[in-house]
Design a protein around this ligand. Sequence first.
Ligand code: NOJ
Length: 500
Amino acid sequence: MTWWRDAVVYQIYPRSFRDSDGDGVGDLEGIRRELDYLVWLGIDTLWLSPIYPSPMKDFGYDVANYVDVDRLFGSLEQFDSLIRDAHAKGLRILLDWVPNHSSSEHPWFLESRSSRTNSRRDWYVWRDAREDGSMPNNWVRAWGEGSTWTWDGASGQYYLHCFLDSQPDLNWANVDLRLAMHDTLRFWLDRGVDGFRMDVVHLLGKDLEVDDPDDLKVLSHVPLNDVPVTHEYLRGIRAVLDEYDNERVSVGEVYLMDPNRVATYYGRGDELHLSFNFASLYTAWSADAWRDLIAATEAAMNPADAWPTWVMSNHDNVRVATRLEDDDRRVRAAMTLLLTLRGTPFLYAGEELGLRDATIPPDCVVDPGGRDGCRSPLPWDLDEPHGWPATPWLPFVEDASRFSVQAQRGERDSMLHFTKTLLDLRRRDDALRRGDTEDLMASDGVLRFIRNHEGRRVMVVVNFSDVHAEVAVKGRLLLSSAGGARAGRLAPGEAQVIEL
Ligand code: NOJ
């Protein structure tokens, strides 16, 4: 079994995790100091959102240098210490790699825009205006307003950007660009990273010849999605990872909602090792909806090379606890699903505390995509300022004391202890980590499935309804999300894990 199928990945948004130097922004040294907390919790792999030098227009997803650390977060030496200490404690580290676009302040783009004859002109996507001077097509950039094209007066062409105009798209059709990007992977692989989360990889291939689509509503850059040549680029990226030992892993952000399309990004075991499957973020909290999602995912990703992933929260979306309207029973049931479904789970820092989105007053809004609420800082200590040496860059969630690590570590019945118990159970149980999914069904608001590994069978039951439910089952109750005592008898909102 490859390690990344057994792993539980914990996403750290470095700005919001732990501040060691008192500038109000989390940093690498802050992460290093909390490694023991993460080991205690029971996760085994960290993914760090971008730490590279950046003007921070998109908070690090606008990279100005792929092979260094932003001073805000620390230094390369501190990164080396972090990775050394993490490995010594049995934790792996994934970096976030942003191959679709760089910052407009990246030296490559400064060169590219300097003249039409510059040797790096073709490292980005430039197009002439149409005859009437208008943009090459009608594509709309992410976050709703504005075109994907920005005019560069000095060189007399438009450049493409799926996101902000300060995030020009790299041109993966150019072989030199591809090789340069491969070298940025090697830089970090040589330093010992265990792999990468790869930003919007479904956008790498570009088909600029498509006609102006009429409907740009779903995802603004939708016509750019999923162009076949992308798979060739991914095979090139995979080959770089395969140059290294110990299975360095790729987790692609493939922002397509159809599990069948997501599954194609695994190739024949020669593209991504793992891909996000974001449909879970948009699935209603109902037994039928979850049965359908799980069935579709299983059908798309079984038994081929594709191993599923599951995610309930991340730095781009409303946190699961807020989506579930602060209903603690549901929040625990969601964590039970996340950690018992077949596939590699991704927890977003704070999810183990049941953290909600913060309310961001208008004068504190900083993100162009309106995602500040889910990026609010982690409360460590019970008392203000919750373990942050200076006022953090975003406000805390309301009632931060209740969600703090300190409060929840001291409370046996807390969300934190519940998450830890689930993680311990999962680590010890081959059926929960590796088992097939069998007998998936939903009826009367109750979802259930069995995980079966070589005859060891464990049933997971989730009562999505607001009434008590009974499931006829003989087995030993391994865990209840609501203090239940009898296998198969579920309170409203309760989840159970039962050994058959
Ligand atoms: C997806 C990232 O998760 C998001 O935070 C970012 O804004 C866009 N890609 C652009 O890099």
